[in-house]
Design a protein around this ligand. Structure first.
Ligand SMILES: Cc1cc2nc3c(=O)[nH]c(=O)nc-3n(C[C@H](O)[C@H](O)[C@H](O)COP(=O)(O)O)c2cc1C
Length: 372
């Protein structure tokens, strides 16, 4: 089974710029023929005269075929019919000639971009991107994404730049969280939105202290704890960025709404609650769908996130810092901010490995395949 796409360029979706970008290239733009997430990316790009694409590289091979106009790449004048092949990781830049350029661009999977040096990306200002990455990439959405694009691009981001989150965007993200399902529609969530620098500093102090003990107890050395993208997974990166990320949403479970059975919890002398028995579908079941909504809504607005549970290591202290009543459970926290790390698409097991047809162990046969 495979995919085939037959279309006319006039029908191809504009993912950057717009129809006004055609002909005289006032702003440039890109029409997408492939698939944003699964790839391949097949673009027809329109770039304006004189545009300078500064040195950058990608995590995938790419091919450009110039259809009209041209650009200069290094010493080479590239015009109609020129085919440019760039291997993954190769740094390149170009200057568009005075007629502008229209070229067909094919890439594998989700485009990523790495800029070099001090040069700024001329497209950032106009919310486009030389490869479309800023329009649909994991951490920079010039336009809202489809739910599928958001799901497939969502990464756990641990490094953030200094940009704050616009209050209206935050409202929208929080409202999306509250649209989630919950057991019996009890909506037991309480969200503490932490923006205050001093509060973040105090939480960070607690976490730095907690992590110093964890490091000593770990079986592996920190250098051995690296994920498939080469990122350390010791938890230190998220502790480090705790006072840099603009917003931390601490997600709590309110027993006054969440408790569904008599005597499900008993009160401790300090006012905290303890479970008296195990009831299926515990607190997290009614909070985590809201967290996922929160992260996907943020992603759709170009805002990255990190889901964490590590505040639990200093539960009492952090609840005190945030003024959370003892009987309310602090379950997790979600960072929200603009990413300063470039990450590709998430690596996940194929559905063939984890989906069963009718009975556990019966292979599920997908009728579509991921490419790239
Ligand atoms: C229950 C849970 C707890 C997590 N706790 C932490 C945490 O304490 N610190 C952290 O940096 N990441 C934490 N993460 C993020 C995961 O490491 C991350 O979602 C996972 O590695 C997938 O990352 P990716 O989407 O970038 O591939 C947590 C995720 C989940 C679902």
């Amino acid at each position: 089974m495979g995919r085939s796409i037959v279309t006319h360029i006039d029908d191809a979706r504009w993912v950057r710029g717009g129809p006004e970008g055609q002909g005289d290239y006032p702003d440039g733009g890109g029409q997408l023929i492939g698939d944003l997430v699964e790839g391949p990316w097949i673009h027809v790009n329109w770039l304006p005269a004189g545009l300078v694409a500064p040195p950058h590289h990608h995590d995938h091979d790419e091919v450009m075929v110039i259809l009209q106009g041209g650009f200069t790449m290094g010493e080479r004048e590239c015009g109609p019919g020129t085919v440019v092949y760039i291997e993954s990781g190769t740094s390149y830049g170009f200057t568009v000639s005075k007629e502008g350029v229209r070229f067909l661009n094919v890439r594998q999977g989700l485009a990523t971009i790495h800029m070099h040096g001090e040069t700024t990306n001329p497209y950032e200002a106009s919310h486009t991107g030389i490869d479309g990455a800023s329009a649909v990439g994991p951490n920079d959405a010039a336009e809202e994404m489809s739910v599928f694009d958001a799901i497939h691009a969502l990464r756990a981001v641990r490094c953030y730049d200094d940009r704050d989150i616009a209050p209206a965007d935050l409202d929208r993200i929080l409202r999306s969280a509250t649209m989630a399902c919950s057991s019996g529609n009890t909506q037991p969530w309480e969200f503490v939105v932490v923006r205050d620098a001093e509060v973040k500093r105090r939480i960070k102090e607690q976490m730095v202290d907690a992590f110093s003990t964890i490091d000593a107890e770990r079986a592996q050395k920190p250098e051995a704890l690296i994920d498939a993208s080469g990122r350390p997974v010791t938890g230190h990166a998220s502790v480090e960025s705790l006072d840099r990320v603009p917003v931390i949403v601490v997600v709590c479970w309110n027993p006054d709404r969440g408790i569904r059975m008599k005597n499900e919890y008993a009160e401790n002398p300090d006012g905290t609650l303890r479970e008296t028995r195990s009831i299926p579908g515990g607190r997290g079941s009614s909070l985590f769908p809201a967290c996922q909504n929160l992260m996907l809504a943020a992603q759709a607005l170009g805002i990255s996130s990190l889901f964490t549970t590590f505040f639990g290591l200093r539960d009492k202290e952090i609840k005190e810092i945030l003024g959370i009543p003892p009987r309310v459970f602090m379950e997790c926290a979600v960072y929200l901010g603009y990413s300063s790390e470039t990450l590709g698409r998430p690596r996940r097991k194929p559905i063939e490995e984890v989906v069963h047809a009718d009975r556990f162990g019966n292979a599920y046969q997908p009728v579509t395949r991921l490419s790239g």
